[in-house]
Design a protein around this ligand. Structure first.
Ligand code: ZN
Length: 231
């Protein structure tokens, strides 16, 4: 029984660092330090965006484990990153009280495969978890505000330009929720796991701006070195 429980625990909380394979911890002290202290802010569609850590193969592995395998330790990592990104964003951008934390939607096919929208679910973890400063300032909506159109092509195998065209009008807004947010002058902070070309985020911002909703910026767990201006 003991061995069985240990095996289950190892499945949920791996006994090695997800980033560097150091034993006995799902995220070692030095990798945790990197997630907490590497944030940078940049601009996308004239909006302030902050990301916690540059995207590389090791970070990609964590993002995949979080969204495809629903691995708790990987999701914790994404939450640490989103919090670090938020701490950076408040240095450069005022966040009004009761700002709504809106996750970037995945494709409907991906949501079906994963049994739910993983970023939307994570957005609900953040305000609940009082160990993060982000929780005091933000609330998550009861229902998703943003959706991805079903005719969006799979991004893999597309050139940067094709990705941009593919995603340009890929995101749409639930009009009923949008009307309420507009009437109550609610501000929105966007959150994503990865920002590479920025095309998805641009599409989300333009859909929200078209619905006359104020977007105060975005946070992401990771972004390409190019976006973060890391040589
Ligand atoms: Zn490590």
């Amino acid at each position: 029984m003991r061995m069985f429980l240990d095996a289950i625990r190892t499945l949920i909380y791996p006994s090695y660092c997800l980033m560097c394979n150091q034993p006995n911890t799902p995220l070692c002290t030095s990798c945790r330090y990197k997630w907490q202290n590497s944030s940078r802010d940049f601009l996308i569609s004239n909006h302030k965006v902050s990301a916690a850590i540059p995207y590389d193969d090791r970070v990609a592995r964590i993002v995949l484990s979080a969204k495809e395998d629903n691995l708790e330790a990987a999701k914790d990592c994404i939450l640490i990153g989103l919090n670090a990104a938020f701490r950076q964003l408040v240095r450069v951008q005022d966040i009004p009280d009761a700002t709504l934390l809106i996750s970037i939607p995945s494709s409907q096919a991906a949501n079906r495969r994963r049994g739910g929208d993983y970023l939307f679910n994570l957005s609900h973890q953040i305000p609940k978890n009082s160990k993060y400063p982000i929780s005091k300032l933000l609330t998550a909506p009861k229902a998703p505000l943003l959706f991805q159109k079903s005719n969006v092509r799979d991004q893999s195998g597309l050139t940067a330009r094709e990705r941009m065209q593919n995603m340009e009008s890929a995101i749409y807004v639930n009009p009923r929720i949008a009307a309420k947010l507009k009437d109550s002058h609610t501000t929105v902070l966007l959150m994503d796991d990865v920002i590479t070309s920025g095309a998805t985020l641009k599409s989300a911002i333009s859909a929200l701006v078209a619905s006359k909703i104020t977007v105060i910026g975005a946070i992401a767990a990771c972004a390409s070195r190019h976006q973060m201006r890391i040589p």
